[in-house]
Design a binder for this molecule. Sequence first.
Ligand SMILES: C[S@@+](CC[C@H](N)C(=O)[O-])C[C@H]1O[C@@H](n2cnc3c(N)ncnc32)[C@H](O)[C@@H]1O
Length: 285
Amino acid sequence: MDIDRFQYFIRKISVKTGIDLKQYRDNYLRRRIELRMKILGIDDYLNYLKILNRDKEELEKLISTLTINVTEFMRDKTPFEFFMKFILPEIAEKKRRAKSNLLRFWSAGCAGGEEVYSILICVLETLGNGWSMSIYGTDIDENCLKSANNGVYKPEQLKNLSSKIINKYFVKEGNLYKIKKPLKKYVRFKRHDLTSEGPVSKYFDAIFCRNVMIYFNEKQKRKVVKDFHNALVDEGYLIIGKSETLPVKSKNMFLPVDLREKIYKKSLTSHFNYNLHKSKLKTLK
Ligand SMILES: C[S@@+](CC[C@H](N)C(=O)[O-])C[C@H]1O[C@@H](n2cnc3c(N)ncnc32)[C@H](O)[C@@H]1O
């Protein structure tokens, strides 16, 4: 009975929000939803549904609770150090050889924009300006995107940044820090659901998708990883969260670059297979 109510609740909320909640594990959903219900003193899914049908603010709170978005600048630090030390110089060298100054990055599941601005700071600190750069930040949660566009952060979110970097890239507003306006020209934020939509764009030099896929089931993860493969340039980089792994069935799409930092490079094997397949087809004709 409770299971039926829960499933009914999930179906209704998925339709109402346009977010496919089936992508999340049931236990996870129950925990997060019951957290909100407890706050409101409700112990029945159908009663909670009634509230959600009339209270838009509560619906937004539920979405934020389901799509947890706590993060900070340069989260875990070392993947960003690796990015600056090894990946960016290699990308820059490749671009110079190709006589291109275009740099494209994607932070998929960008929460409040911390990862997007972290990538931006890494690029400007490592390669300087003079590049034509686009950094896409996408998230399923509209509230996150609003915060990302505002670019205002609490001091504890900047704890991995030196005061020199903070002074260079932020202006202090009371107790908060606001990203400097001219930096906004490099970033674009967009609502995007990784599990139900295709890649937000293409030809990315690197994609960061950190601490997002942990909430997905295997099938969803495979779909998302395939999209990343399609959205990257040849030998483009994929950086996932430190506690995450690529789905076993998707591993041939990427070569490990540094397994401790969870950094991978797009493998062209699937292209080779495809070409092999094509040439086989030709010989068959
Ligand atoms: C824990 S935060 C990760 C933020 C940042 N990438 C990091 O590593 O700190 C997870 C983010 O994924 C977003 N998210 C969850 N499901 C998503 C989906 N299906 N499509 C896009 N973003 C999603 C959440 O809204 C949340 O902002």
